[in-house]
Design a protein. Structure first.
Length: 228
């Protein structure tokens, strides 16, 4: 294998490692969220639905699975061109899926207020209490109900005649921050995937050139060990 091809292969493995880590991260985090959703009461449940959590987990699993295809092709790019080409097409599908999921999450930020006002009424009391008692969000303290003295869950310092303001602003601030971090991470993963895609295409082109030189050399009587 030519030194230039080895160098390109090394870059490919570097980006492939990052690509694999994004998939593992999404897979592990998605499974953790799904388990927590079964327990209920986490404020995150108000921001992202179980279907989004499942979609993220599935995409993470697909990324890890496609990375295996890339690893197989990368170990012997001249012999295993089919694996590398398949990896390119699989990455395109992954990038489109990630962009689609990121778009869904981003679009949700545009209509949060109208969503949460109606959803507060159907949220379980454990989730409402989690928001009412939440003190970890900077700039927001105790609140009761969604709007002032409306739909208050009696718990702790919250009563039907409470003097605390409603949780509308706190819920929206939490959701906005959470969703922004989430879709920014998704688009960040997509950028990593694009770089991995480019490195794979370059590797495929380099192995094509190498294969052509080997075939020409064989016609001229030269021999190559472990080439094709």
């Amino acid at each position: 294998m030519a030194p230039s091809l080895k160098k390109i292969q090394a870059y490919f493995y570097g980006f492939l490692a990052l690509y694999t880590l994004t998939g593992l991260g999404a897979l592990i985090l998605g499974n953790m969220w799904l388990q927590q959703s079964d327990e209920g009461g986490a404020p995150r449940e108000a921001v992202i639905s179980r279907s989004i959590e499942k979609a993220g987990t599935i995409i993470g699993g697909i990324v890890v699975g496609t990375a295996v295809v890339g690893i197989i092709g990368g170990t012997s790019p001249i012999r295993r061109k089919l694996f590398l080409v398949s990896f390119v097409w699989l990455m395109i599908a992954v990038v489109l899926a990630e962009l689609g999921l990121g778009g869904v999450i981003w679009f949700k930020t545009l209509r949060m207020r109208s969503l949460f006002q109606s959803q507060w009424e159907i949220w379980p009391n454990s989730l409402k209490i989690a928001f009412q008692d939440m003190t970890s969000l900077s700039g927001y303290g105790q609140c009761c109900g969604y709007q002032f003295r409306q739909s208050v869950v009696v718990s702790g310092t919250c009563t039907t005649n409470t003097l605390f303001e409603g949780c509308e602003e706190k819920v929206n601030a939490f959701a906005d921050s959470y969703l922004r971090k989430l879709y920014t991470s998704l688009f960040g993963f997509t950028i990593v995937n694009v770089f991995c895609f480019i490195s794979t295409v370059i590797l495929v082109q380099a192995r094509n050139d190498e294969e052509r030189y080997i075939r020409i050399g064989r016609k001229e009587g030269r021999t190559y060990m472990n080439s094709i």
